[in-house]
Design a protein. Structure first.
Length: 376
């Protein structure tokens, strides 16, 4: 994929995911900022007219519902409050999107997903097929996390990473995160006047991660720059560009395309679809730490053999997703385990020919096969 132009214009970017956070959609009084949102919808209509397919990932349900239910702390005081606020606010949010898009001659569709929907392969493929069909019908999907049923343990927690996973499922060319800042800075620009703006990021390394600030300035949302960089890791690993631009101005997409600032994280070479899904998963069942020799072997595309395993942590079954860690604790790969955790611990550090004696059988010679593994 060639380096993208600022603005992610059509026809260079065929399919685009746009994420809008709570603080941009909802004012402090708990009302939708319709005047601003109308300018964004006009941007979307112009891009659709130029042939670009658009998917919207919209926050705001909890913030809207909290106001209607008079819940404290913006509806985030407890899981129960958040679920009730989401159930109430989602109706208002979807009605608003449908009305404004309809005024531009665009049909909207609502998709509510949970983390499980995108972490389980079959449900992920179902979501992908639904998105494809909606866009083939010239519909704009409006996606949000289904917070009314999500739990503290099984949820995205922020729509930045949801947008990246939706971009992956939809095979989007790019994702845009509308933010309260106009991109990535070397430090938080709200508190450090000397923070330097970073326009293009080719590799998300420790230096880039150190620039993140996890706070949500508005108090309405759940993400900060940390969640946006995590989203960028998911998107770029799936071959999708990701940009952070300011949403605090009218017509933010037009403003960016006409010279406004934004930070672009450049897509990595495209993985095979299954490996991209593995690398982008947010939940794992266990961890397998390997020795230096195994780390080198994995970097060359080899399977993980039991002999290279130093430690097994967690409780997992055969077929569950596990992280593979280097000796220094870095996650270097993610894959599907060929053994459950009990048997994996028994054969850790042992040669493949010893497995039969240890387990009484030898169904598989590798712990994680290279075809079911993605380097991260």
């Amino acid at each position: 994929m060639t380096h993208p132009l600022p603005g992610f214009p059509p026809p260079q970017i065929r399919r685009l995911v746009i994420k809008i956070g709570s603080a941009l959609l909802v004012d402090p009084a708990g009302q939708v900022r319709e005047d601003w949102l109308r300018t964004l919808v006009a941007d979307i209509a112009a891009r659709k007219a130029a042939g670009q397919q658009i998917i919207i990932v919209s926050s705001g349900a909890i913030a809207l519902g909290a106001r209607r239910l008079n819940l404290p702390k913006g509806g985030r005081g407890s899981l129960e409050d958040a679920q009730a606020a989401a159930a109430t606010g989602q109706i208002a949010l979807s009605q608003c999107w449908a009305s404004l898009l309809h005024a531009q001659g665009i049909t909207a569709a609502q998709m509510l997903v949970t983390l499980d929907d995108l972490e389980h392969r079959r449900r992920y493929l179902n979501a992908s097929a639904t998105l494809d069909r909606l866009m083939a019908l010239d519909v704009v999907p409006v996606v949000n996390e289904n917070d009314s049923v999500a739990t503290a343990e099984i949820r995205f927690g922020d729509n930045d990473r949801l947008a990246a996973r939706i971009g992956q499922a939809a095979r989007a060319d790019a994702v845009v995160l509308l933010s309260d800042v106009d991109g990535l800075y070397s430090a938080n620009p709200h508190v450090d006047a000397n923070a330097m703006f970073i326009e293009r990021i080719e590799t998300i390394d420790a230096r880039i991660m150190a620039m993140a600030d996890g706070g949500s300035a508005s108090g309405m949302g759940s993400g900060g720059m940390t969640s946006k960089i995590e989203a960028a890791k998911i998107a770029t690993g799936a071959g999708t560009h990701l940009a952070i631009i300011s949403g605090k101005i009218d017509a933010p997409l037009s403003h960016w395309e006409q010279g406004g600032r934004g930070s672009i994280f450049l897509a990595a070479p495209v993985r095979r679809a299954r490996k991209g899904w593995l690398a982008g998963r947010l939940t794992v069942r266990g961890r397998i730490t390997v020795d230096a020799g195994a780390e080198r072997a994995l970097s060359k595309g080899n399977s993980l053999l039991p002999a290279g395993v130093a430690q097994v942590d967690g409780v997992f079954a055969r077929g569950d997703v596990v992280d593979i860690l280097a000796p220094d604790g870095r996650v270097i790969a993610r894959g599907l385990s060929e053994y459950d955790s009990t048997d994996a611990a028994k054969i850790a550090g042992r040669r493949s020919e010893d497995i039969a004696a240890l387990l009484g059988t030898m169904p598989r010679s590798v712990l994680v096969h290279r075809d079911h593994m993605a380097l991260v």
